[in-house]
Design a protein around this ligand. Structure first.
Ligand code: COA
Length: 262
């Protein structure tokens, strides 16, 4: 596997067929509640190192509550894409068919940011599936108006740090990071939010939200293209489109370094 692939819409109908290194067929799709058995079996097959890197502890087992939390998702605030070994009809090849999960959970206080995590089982690591699943997760996040991924990984986890750098690069973004003790904390921008096609009944509500989408776009642009966005904001202010006292605008201004001039 190599290179980027076309990006489909990541919804309940999404299914992407792939070839596994051992010649079996694989399917990437959203997590389903019926994937409970696959998740538990996959967890049991994780190597101690992968388990430690994913959960920051030896974590011997998952509780029933944790399994429900990890499989019964709303696919808006909590989304997971999975890689499953399947037969020709797309059905899992037994309880050991789960090979990878990438998930994000939206932060309650800053809903345009989500915590992202991933695990690819050792037997298929190094085959490009981490990159592909994380890319699809980023796509799913953008479609749900998430603007940034935040991740926490152990500082010595070079594979995940490489995957984060690669994903940020694939998206034309920059990985910003700092260390909190042994933890590498990083964030990167996902791209402008992707608007779903509105139903007729949603149109009024969406036009009321247009200012907030403009702010989201400005915040994103401010991170990626600070100089150009600065010029754009100055123009919008001059045209009296932006409210300088709005906290969203103040955040975009901070990202562009306007504060430094005050
Ligand atoms: C991190 C992880 C998801 C990577 O998945 P993967 O399928 O092996 O990764 P890929 O094959 O798609 O490779 C993605 C990038 O990482 C790099 N990479 C993968 N394994 C690496 C390693 N051991 N050391 C350095 N770089 C590595 C690849 O070279 C590739 O970068 P490139 O495209 O610039 O060449 C996988 O190793 C894993 O599940 N680890 C255990 C769980 C974990 O650490 N999760 C992170 C905490 S949330």
């Amino acid at each position: 596997m190599s290179g980027l692939q076309a990006t489909p819409t990541i919804d309940h109908a999404y299914e992407e067929w792939v070839s596994l290194p051992d010649g079996r067929r694989g399917l990437i799709r959203l997590m389903r509640p019926s994937d409970r058995v696959l998740l538990v079996n996959g967890f049991e097959r994780m190597s101690p190192q992968s388990r430690y890197r994913r959960f920051f502890s030896a974590k011997p087992r998952l509780s029933d509550r944790e399994i429900s939390y990890l499989t019964e998702l709303d696919h808006h605030d909590h989304v997971a894409v999975v890689l499953v070994a399947v037969d020709d009809r797309g059905e899992p090849l037994g309880p050991g068919a789960g090979l990878g999960v990438a998930r994000f959970i939206r932060l309650r206080d800053t809903p345009h940011v989500a915590e992202a995590a991933i695990v690819i089982l050792d037997e298929v690591q190094g085959s490009g599936f981490g990159r592909l699943l994380f890319q699809r997760l980023a796509q799913a996040a953008s479609e749900r108006q998430v603007l940034r991924f935040r991740t926490e990984v152990l500082a010595q986890n070079n594979a995940m740090k490489a995957l984060l750098q690669r994903t940020a690069h694939d998206l034309g973004s920059t990985l910003r990071h700092h260390y909190e003790g042994p933890v590498f904390v990083s964030e990167f921008a996902l791209g402008p939010p992707i608007e779903p096609t509105p139903d007729a009944g949603e149109l009024d509500e969406q036009s009321e939200d247009s200012q907030s989408h403009l702010y989201d776009l400005l915040r994103f642009a401010a991170m990626r293209f600070p100089a150009a966005t600065r010029l754009m904001v100055e123009t919008l202010e001059w045209l009296d489109v932006l409210d300088e006292d709005d906290p969203e605008i103040r955040e975009a201004a901070r990202l562009m370094g306007f504060e430094d001039d005050d």
